[in-house]
Design a protein around this ligand. Sequence first.
Ligand code: AMP
Length: 465
Amino acid sequence: MVTLGELREECGVFGVIGHRDAALLTYYALYALQHRGQESAGIASVRRDWIEARRGMGLVSEVFDDEILGELESDTAIGHVRYSTSGESLLVNAQPIVVRFKHGSLALAHNGNLINAHLLKERLEGEGSIFQTTSDTEVIAHLIARQPWSDLEEAVLAALKEIRGAYGLVIMTKDRLFAARDPHGIRPLVLGRLNGTFVVASETCALETIGAEFVREIEPGELLVIPKEGEVYSLQIDKGEREAFCVFEYIYFARPDSDFRNRNVHLVRKNLGRFLAEDYPVIADVVTGVPDSSISAASGYAEEAKIPYQMGLIKNRYLGRTFIQPTQRLRERGVRLKLNPIKQVVWGKRVVLVDDSIVRGTTAKHIVQLLRLAGAKEVHLRISSPPYRFPCYYGIDTSQASELVAVGRSVEEIREMIGADSLEFLSVKRMVEACGFSYDSFCTACFTGDYPVSLEKRVSLPNDF
Ligand code: AMP
């Protein structure tokens, strides 16, 4: 039986070749990509003929120090940050993974999710492969190792032709870096240049951080080969598929200073907010956003609606992995650590609260309550994306369909559950328009059920599209 999305990976990847500060650059780039994953971090680097890797649970700052980075010093390195996903919070799943086989040593770092990983794994196990992790990435490593080709490049290409789903992948050997993007381009991956050497990263914000210039995005279905010496060249994994870039990268996941398809994420989010104000105006005194991801959309809403934007909520940014959750007793006594309202901003006011998405509905319900307790007279919730109705099988961590609040509920029913005075979502059509590209160039599956890589279980489009 096919079980989809057993282990969903929202991650950030980075790679650099031919730069004497490779490990340190990777460390800084991972800092810039930290929003893409806070569960574990890892760096692998080439040490003469072998590959050394350090991985650990927690933030980049918790895993690495001067001494470890000193040990990883090299001119070629790749790195990875991984998001927390249910039940699989194990060090063994931290990346990059390193394998040794007939072609020598290889390190892999993967962002995304393969929808046929379990089928491939079953086959490989039947043929005698032994797996040490539950991560899709190990499946790719086994596939590469089992190819009959004597040339590694052919082996990587043949392996990638077998996998289906979403990936932004970096693979490192002692003298080459491979960068690959799935044929639909669901997950992002960009190429940069730094003093004549090449770097690849999940987002442009990582290039900016290390002073690299943006060259271009890795094309959907492209396997880019970057040798330590010699010219860079491309191989085609697959073609003829429609492009389907994940729209949720624009809406929530990416950092606002990143660009995709030459469009800045912050400005796209502002546009989403503007469209939301055009379509769903409301008489109010103040607009506020849920920090941090919704601030751009909230400022767009405020500008369009000509209602002042105010900072109504503060987020505590210093709650690391190990912070101790308050007990029920302390919560009842009013201990609130993560989000706090600014009473002076919302007291007696009609507030427009903009958020980027509603998934399970817990955040929205909590914040509406917070604002009411802080004295808001009315709370009008505006969401800069459509109702999230379908699980993502391509790498964004969402719960099962049964946990999605919009499944089987009308907007009015959701509003009632959340306790807002009014609730409106941006439509699929307007969301795509605000992003500035055609519907056909996006993966909108979480909102529409229109999965670009066909799944076994077919789903139908919702009525309101
Ligand atoms: P929920 O409480 O489940 O409705 O989650 C929605 C809130 O979490 C919104 O404020 C989003 O900014 C944020 N969010 C949306 N998608 C994700 C995700 N995949 N992982 C973590 N947070 C998310």
